[in-house]
Design a protein around this ligand. Sequence first.
Ligand code: NAG
Ligand code: NAG
Length: 769
Amino acid sequence: MRPTLLFLPSQCLLCVFVGVCVPSVVGSLPHALPWHVSCPVRCVCQIKPWFSPDSVYHEAPTVDCNDLLLSKFPSPLPLNTHTLRLQSNLLFELDTDVLRGLPNLTDLDLSQNRFSRVRTITQSSSLPSLLSLHLEENHLSHLPESSFSSLPALQELFLSHNNLHSIAHGAFTGLDSLLRLHINNNRLTTIDPRWFRALPRLEVLMLGGNPVEALPDKGFLALKSLRSLVLGGMGLRGLAEKALEGLDGLESLSFYDNLLTKVPTQALRRVPGLKFLDLNKNRIKLIETGDFREMIHLKELGLNNMDELVSIEKAALENLPELTKLEITNNPRLSYIHPQAFLQLNRLESLMLNSNSLSALHRHVMVSLPSLQEVSLHSNPLRCDCLFHWATEEASHPHTERNTQSDTETARMVRFIQPQATLCSEPPELRARGVREVSSREMSASCLPIIPTSSLPSYVGVREGGKLVLHCRGLAEPQPVMYWVTPSGLRLGPAPSPATKGLPAPASCQAQDDTACSPSKHFRLLPEGTLEINKVTASEAGLYTCVAENVLGADTRSVTVGVHSRKKKGKGGMSANLKGFPLFSVDARLEVREVGQYYAILSWQSGHNLPSTRLSWQAIYSNAHTPIYTTRILAGTQSFNLTHLQAETFYRVCLHLGINEDAKHANRRSRESSQPQCVSFKTKDVPDPEPSLPLSPELTSTAVTLLLLALILLLLAGQSWDTQSNKGAGQLPLQDIKSPKALITIQNTQERIGHESKQNEKQLLHEDC
Ligand SMILES: *[C@@H]1O[C@H](CO)[C@@H](O)[C@H](O)[C@H]1NC(C)=O
Ligand SMILES: *[C@@H]1O[C@H](CO)[C@@H](O)[C@H](O)[C@H]1NC(C)=O
């Protein structure tokens, strides 16, 4: 028999359960015994091992006439033939007389022949012992009423890979004992619930590979005994809430290779006994909170081979007390697993996460899985820094103090699958080293946010009036805050951190329900970083920038959104409206808001999202050549507190506006769109430390001035020496590190220019003032 399974090896979880894998066991059992009968020419007659559909072993008198190009039935057949194999011949008609003389015929294999009508097989030849009938790969196109009524004992019926496009609603009448029915890979476009009324004992149903786009409500209601249902490769786009209603005994379900865009949560709730679920190869983008809620018997779950899957959200898998194996592999865009994605999975032993785009697996994930024994993370672009600290060998030794007891125990017990292929790809100095070979000293304990390249495309098109959904994820330690900046420069997300309060607030909308800017829930920002905009208008096209920020720094990534007009006018009809996209002239007025002795607050308003904006400044002395410092301004920021200035000094500050350099749809010229805006100011004088100095009236005013000047100079010298020594020791007060919205790279402008074009800049505070 041809293998009729559609499964990949990883789906063997299903076949083990339903017993389909039994034939592979057969090979290791006793060989065939000789059977001394007069055998039809060219056929082989032997006593062979045989398993009944309920896996009972028999020694079966077997006539094997496979692959003989027979166009006529072989004869004479021995009377007590139990198994008759006629696979791969040219038969199109059954010799019913021959079969009628075989009262003990139990297994008949007619697969890969030329039968086009089922009546020619079953009519008038009652086969009271037949348990198994193979008709795969014939030319059947229709099953009439009562097609198999002469086979009252039949337990297995294989009809896959025919051309069946219609099945009479009573086609299976009389098959009261049928346990297994394969009608996968035919041309059925609908499922008729009436077919199944005649099959009260059916346990396994394979329906996959038929172009059925939607399952009917309660279509399987009659199948009270069904344990395994395979619906792979059908083109299902969604599942009605009641599609699986009545399948009370269902334990194994496969949706392999369909077009599902979400986990069919509602439908799955109707099959609470489910143990094995295969959602592989669908178009699911997110595994969302509560997607598998109440599936308390689930043991194994497959979420593999999904080209569009980007994220496993918080509490995506929660309270699955029986889950032991979870496979989330070969998902090229999957770059994010929320630290609390898996909750109350107390029995999970095996976690397969290889061949994704994961940069890390958060320590919390490991801690939350008390029974975990093995994890596979190879073939991922792993980042060997803080996020992987738990994985180093030392971290898994109990005497590593910084970890809590539970952390170390979790990490210690877990086995890495293919550790030699589990390699660091970041940072550069650790590239290609095995994750487990890197010592914890080499891995930093905290880290900057990184938004993985795979999480956001550079361009997204959306129809006018449609819904725009942009997923952006960033992992870091501490966990980053995520926000978005719209093309008009509006910041969508949590309010800026308190460190910047006092600065003129950037135009911003807060998550979820800030009614001021989302009167009709026009915008929605989920804390993990998904931005949703309902009913997008043409004027909302343009550059959107996602920012992930923690106390250490920030990462940004931009995406160009094109809004396609509804009217298909002109050629192509799909021209994106990029109106409002700041391709050319962008202006902003730079203003000095406040000047102190050692700082100055600058602000500007551009009305555009300018993700590659820079600020540069330089002290101006009449005779000295002073360095120019620059800092990258984080998208959505419209003011900046320039600190560590010198008192009583002239400064010139310039704002260099730039849109995203990397966006494919941006014009090169627009990299820095206009002349820098510059302003000059002078920092405040250091106040007189002793304003009420008792001066004798004899002193002339000139003398007073000289004395004061000397004092100030002394003070200044002291002050600047202090600052120097502080910095030399690397003891910047924490507040200083936090306060600028963009952490600062202070370098010579000249050196910076070459690096400006990187889309992703990780910024650190350098201390070279
Ligand atoms: C069919 O099987 C039964 C029971 O095993 C046996 O007694 C009988 O002889 C068989 N019939 C033929 C025609 O071999
Ligand atoms: C700007 O920074 C200076 C120096 O760190 C600080 O004293 C001042 O309060 C800051 N201003 C604002 C508005 O944050």
